[in-house]
Design a protein around this ligand. Structure first.
Ligand SMILES: [Zn+2]
Length: 685
C-alpha cells in the first residue's frame, strides 16, 4: 500500500479550510482512494454492527452518522469534478466506479446486524429520552434503511442490489451522453447574414465561445442554455433557429454511442421492478412515499390546478404571436423555434421592453454583490473573497462566509461560466456538509451556473432570467451554509425533495424588490441605477409569456409522473410514450417542453427528481406564500420575519418535519393562491 500513503486523496488535507488539494489531484488517484475508503467505511460499519454492547443512540445512530467521512470527502470531490470540470479520464473512472459505489451502498443498507440495532432503537424511540433532532435522525435512518431494502428477504435483496448497480451505470451513462451531444454541436455563424438580428451581447458571447473552442475570431452558438435561448430569441434567420432548436431538443436522441432512448427505457423498467420489490405498484408511488406531497393524487391535483388555465393563457399568447408575424407580412405556422423570437417582438411592442436594454443593468459582478448584500441584510452574513486560493479552474471564486459576530461559518465557491467540461443547468452542491457530530465541521458549498462569459475585456451581462438563476442557486447555497444541526444526516439540503426548492425559490423574490434593484442593478458602463421606469416595465411584463413557461414546465412534470406511474414492464419506447402523452393531455405543440425525455437529466442522470419534477411547483406554493410574510410585515428585510426564516427554513435542515417547519416560520400552513397569482393564473384583482 505504498501508493495509498502517497495518494493526496488519502493524506490529511492541510489546506485552507480543508479544501481539497486540487493541484495535487489526478484522475488516476480516485480508484485506489475509493478502494481504500470503501474498505475503511465497511470496517467502521462492522464495528458498529458488531458492538457487544446493547444498541444506544450514541453507539449506533450517532456512530453511523459519524462514519464514512473519508469516503464522503472523496466522493463529494469526485462528483463535483465530474459535474463542473470533467475529462475523459474522470468519465472513465465515473463509469467504472458507479456500479462499485452502488454495490457498496447496498452492502451498507443490507447489513442485517446493523439494521437490527436501528430497528430495536426505532421500536423504543419514545423511551430513549432523545432530543427532537435525535428522534428525527433515528426515524430518518430507519426509513432510509427500509427504503433501501433492509427488510427484504435475502433473495429479493440480491436482486435489489443488482438493480441498483445497473441503475447507477445507466444513470451515469445518461448524463455522459447528454454532455457528449452538447459538446459535439456547434453552430458556426459564418457571415453577417448568419448573425442577423443578434444584439451585441449575444454576438459577444458567440465570439467568446469561438475562442473557448479554439475557433479563433469567429462566432459560435453552442447548446448551452445561455447561448441557445438568446439565439432563439433574437435570430432573424428562421432556418438557423430551426437548426439550433432541433439540435437542442434532440440531445440524447441520435443513433450511435450517445443514444439515450434505450438507456431511459431500461431505467424506467428497472425502477418499476425496484418499486415492486417494496410492494408498490409503480415507481411514482415508491418515490412519493418520502415527500411532503405523499401521493400521486396530491401531485396530480396540484399540476391540474395550473395545467388548464396555463393552456388557455398559452393559446392567447400564441394568437398574439401569430398576429404579430402576420403584421410583419410573414404568413407562417408558428413552430417551436419561432415562439421566443415573436414573443420578444410582442414584448417590445406591448411593454416597450427588450432584453438588450435590460442586460446592461445586470452585470454578473454586481449581481453577485446583490446576493451577498441580501444575505447580509437578512442574516448578517459577510462574503469575503479569497483571491489567493486556487481551486480546480481559474474562473472559480472562493469566499469565506462570516456571521454577524465575525465567526467563520462556511466556505463558498462560485463557478459561474459555461464550458464544455461542465454539465448543463445550474446547481448547488457541497464538498463538505455542516455537522457537530464527531468533531464538528463548517460547510463548504458550491454554486454552479452556466452563464455565457463576456468577450475578453467585456463584462458578463445577465438576462433577468439568468439573474434569477443566480439568486435561486444562491438560496440553495444559503441552505447549506446556514445549516445549524448536530447530525450530518439532517444537515442543510438533506431535506425532503419537495421542500428543497423552497429556500432557493424563495430567495429569487429579493431580486424583484425595487430597493434591491435600485441598489444593485447598475449600468455596467455608467454605474447609473436602473431607472424607475424600467423597473416599472419589468414588473408590468412579469406575467408576460407565463402561459408558455407554465405549459412547458407542467408538460414536463406530467410526462415525468406518467412515465414513473407505469405499472407494466418493460417500459415502452420513450419517444413514442412522450408523444402520446403530450397528445393525451393536449399540450400545445408550438410551446414544447422544458426537457424532453432523452435529455431529462433531472429524471435519468440520477434519481433525485424522478417522479419529482413537480417539486418546483410544490415549493412555489410555499415560496409565494412564504414571501408574503415579508410583504405583510412591510419590508423585504423585516428582521423578525428574517430571524424566523433563518431558524426554521434555512438553518434547520431536516431536523424538523417540513410542514411543521413551515408552520413555525409562517404561523400557519400554506395556501396556493399566492402561487396562482404569481403565475397570473387567477384574477389579478
Ligand atoms: Zn433548485
Amino acid at each position: 500500500m505504498t501508493f495509498a500513503t502517497s495518494n493526496p486523496l488519502l493524506l490529511p488535507w492541510n489546506t485552507p479550510y480543508g479544501l481539497p488539494p486540487f493541484e495535487a489531484i489526478d484522475a488516476a488517484h480516485f480508484e485506489p482512494a475509493f478502494e481504500h475508503a470503501l474498505a475503511q467505511h465497511l470496517a467502521e460499519v462492522d464495528a458498529i454492527a458488531g458492538n457487544p454492547e446493547a444498541p444506544s443512540f450514541d453507539n449506533t445512530i450517532a456512530a453511523i452518522d459519524r462514519c464514512g467521512r473519508l469516503l464522503d470527502r472523496i466522493d463529494s470531490l469526485f462528483h463535483n469534478l465530474t459535474a463542473s470540470d470533467t475529462s475523459p479520464a474522470l468519465q472513465g473512472v465515473e463509469t467504472r466506479m458507479a456500479p462499485v459505489l452502488a454495490a457498496h451502498s447496498s452492502t451498507f443498507f443490507m447489513n442485517r446486524a446493523l439494521f437490527e440495532r436501528i430497528d430495536v432503537l426505532h421500536a423504543q424511540r419514545d423511551q430513549l429520552g432523545l432530543t427532537a433532532e435525535q428522534r428525527r435522525v433515528l426515524e430518518r435512518y430507519h426509513f432510509d434503511f427500509v427504503r433501501a431494502g433492509a427488510k427484504l428477504a435475502p433473495a429479493a435483496q440480491t436482486r435489489y442490489a443488482q438493480i441498483m448497480g445497473r441503475l447507477a451505470a445507466l444513470t451515469t451513462r445518461f448524463g455522459q451522453n447528454v454532455l457528449a451531444d452538447e459538446s459535439a454541436f456547434q453552430l458556426v455563424l459564418r457571415t453577417e447574414a448568419d448573425a442577423a438580428g443578434l444584439p451585441e451581447f449575444v454576438r459577444a458571447a458567440t465570439r467568446q465561445a469561438a475562442l473557448d473552442r479554439g475557433l479563433g475570431d469567429g462566432m459560435l452558438v453552442t447548446l448551452s442554455r445561455s447561448h441557445i435561448v438568446p439565439f432563439l430569441t433574437f435570430s432573424e434567420r428562421r432556418d438557423l433557429r430551426e437548426q439550433a432548436w432541433r439540435a437542442w431538443t434532440s440531445r440524447g436522441e441520435h443513433d450511435g454511442d450517445h443514444d439515450n432512448r434505450e438507456v431511459a427505457r431500461e431505467i424506467l423498467t428497472l425502477r418499476n421492478e425496484q418499486a415492486r420489490l417494496h410492494g408498490f405498484a409503480c415507481y411514482a408511488d415508491y418515490a412519493l412515499a418520502d415527500t411532503m406531497a405523499g401521493s400521486q393524487a396530491a401531485v396530480t391535483a396540484l399540476l391540474k390546478q395550473v395545467w388548464e388555465p396555463a393552456k388557455t393563457r398559452a393559446a392567447d399568447e400564441q394568437q398574439a404571436l401569430q398576429a404579430l408575424a402576420l403584421s410583419r407580412g410573414e404568413t407562417i405556422t408558428l413552430e417551436p423555434w419561432d415562439w421566443r423570437f415573436y414573443a420578444e417582438k410582442v414584448r417590445q411592442v406591448r411593454y416597450d421592453l427588450d432584453e438588450a436594454t435590460i442586460k446592461p443593468y445586470f452585470p454578473l459582478a454586481r449581481m453577485v454583490e446583490a446576493v451577498f448584500d441580501c444575505a447580509q441584510r437578512l442574516f448578517g452574513l459577510r462574503f469575503v473573497e479569497q483571491p489567493a486560493i486556487k481551486v480546480y479552474h481559474p474562473d472559480v471564486k472562493v469566499y469565506e462566509v462570516r456571521a454577524a459576530d465575525d465567526a467563520l461559518i462556511g466556505v463558498f465557491l462560485h463557478d459561474n461560466f459555461a464550458r464544455s467540461s461542465k454539465r448543463s443547468g445550474a446547481w448547488m452542491s457541497s464538498f463538505r456538509r455542516q455537522s457537530r457530530n464527531g468533531g464538528g465541521v463548517i460547510p463548504i458549498v458550491i454554486n454552479n451556473n452556466n452563464f455565457a462569459k463576456g468577450a475578453p475585456g467585456e463584462p458578463t451581462l445577465l438576462s433577468f432570467d439568468d439573474a434569477q438563476t443566480l439568486f435561486h442557486e444562491f438560496g440553495h447555497g444559503l441552505h447549506g451554509l446556514l445549516s445549524n444541526v448536530t447530525y450530518e444526516r439532517v444537515s442543510g439540503t438533506a431535506v425532503l425533495r419537495d421542500f428543497v426548492e423552497l429556500p432557493s425559490q424563495l430567495f429569487e423574490h429579493w431580486l424583484s424588490e425595487p430597493e434591491v434593484l435600485k441598489r444593485h442593478a447598475r449600468h455596467f458602463q455608467t454605474g447609473e441605477a436602473i431607472p424607475d421606469a424600467l423597473i416599472e416595465k419589468l414588473h408590468r411584463a412579469r406575467l408576460f409569456n407565463q402561459g408558455y413557461e407554465t405549459v412547458r414546465y407542467t408538460a414536463s412534470a406530467l410526462v415525468d409522473m406518467a412515465a414513473h406511474a407505469l405499472t407494466s414492464t418493460p417500459a415502452p419506447d420513450i419517444v413514442a410514450f412522450e408523444r402520446d402523452e403530450l397528445e393525451r393531455i393536449g399540450a400545445p405543440a408550438a410551446a414544447g417542453m422544458n426537457h424532453r425525455m432523452t435529455h431529462f437529466q433531472h429524471l435519468f442522470a440520477g434519481s433525485g427528481y424522478a417522479a419529482g419534477y413537480y417539486v418546483y411547483l410544490w415549493a412555489e406554493v410555499l415560496d409565494a406564500d412564504g414571501f408574503d410574510a415579508f410583504v405583510e410585515a412591510g419590508s423585504p428585510f423585516d428582521p423578525a420575519v428574517a430571524a424566523r426564516l433563518r431558524e426554521f427554513i434555512y438553518a434547520s435542515g431536516n431536523s424538523l418535519e417540513p410542514s411543521a417547519a413551515y408552520r413555525a416560520f409562517r404561523g400557519r400552513g400554506p395556501t396556493p393562491e399566492p402561487m396562482l397569482k404569481q403565475r397570473g393564473l387567477v384574477d389579478q384583482s
